[in-house]
Ligand binder design. Structure first.
Ligand code: B16
Ligand code: MG
Length: 213
């Protein structure tokens, strides 16, 4: 029986991917690193340092340099975050969240981002959630199941009682590794391993999810 929902943030509740992209692009231009939208696609749901490793593509760089680069990218990203408002909530996601809450389901955020709380604050939806699991919560990032297990534990639910909504392949894998029900948002090529797939956030149908999963 489904008792709770764990929502990924970037790509499910809001679209911060564009800001991540612009921030990495700025750093890459400054440091002469190869980067474009195609590379950016691979960074979906991936932690900050892991994202840099993907961009570096095997190129060896001293640790302090990596730290400085990820810090700089993050400062660009945080500047963009200042512009986020309630209008940046995707489609009718807030109404859907409120309906689930009213129906008695537990709600969590399960995001790789260390900026998740700041994003939620700007979107003004922090209080809807019973718990927020973010990039600070656990050691092992997605595709490890740790973040979602941490969220479920905070909700007081067993993994099989939770549905995860994810737009990233690494996130779907993490949900499956946690033995949770996975709903993918995006193309089959990316989230096809999920139990149920919707092409867009606006298509997500919670009555159908509750019936089918
Ligand atoms: P930060 P999610 C992820 O958020 C993003 O999709 C990913 O592109 C980003 O690198 C990661 O958060 C870390 O973000 O640099 O803010 O810690 O999809 O897991 O909500
Ligand atoms: Mg995501």
């Amino acid at each position: 029986e489904i008792k709770g929902f764990i929502f990924d943030l970037d790509g499910v509740i809001t679209d911060t991917a564009e800001y991540h992209y612009k921030s990495w692009q700025k750093l890459a231009d400054e440091e002469d690193l190869f980067f474009n939208r195609e590379v950016n696609e691979q960074l979906r749901g991936v932690s900050r340092m892991e994202s840099l490793e993907i961009i570096l593509d095997g190129k060896e760089v001293p640790e302090e340099q990596k730290k400085e680069w990820t810090d700089r990218k993050n400062s660009y990203y945080q500047d963009y975050l200042e512009e986020i408002t309630k209008d940046d909530i995707l489609d009718d996601m807030e109404e859907k969240l409120m309906k689930l809450k009213k129906d008695g389901y537990k709600l969590a955020v399960g995001s790789s981002s260390r900026n998740a709380k700041k994003v939620l604050k700007h979107l003004q939806i922090t209080d809807i959630f019973d718990t927020i699991a973010d990039g600070h919560s656990v050691e092992n990032a997605k595709p490890a199941p740790d973040l979602f297990l941490y969220a479920a534990n905070n909700l007081g639910l067993k993994p099989e009682e939770c549905v995860v909504l994810e737009d990233a392949e690494s996130g779907v894998e993490a949900a499956l590794a946690a033995k949770m029900k996975a709903v993918g948002v995006g193309p089959e090529s990316r989230v096809g391993k999920a139990h149920l797939v919707y092409a867009n956030v606006g298509d997500i149908d919670f009555d159908e999810i509750l019936k089918k999963l």
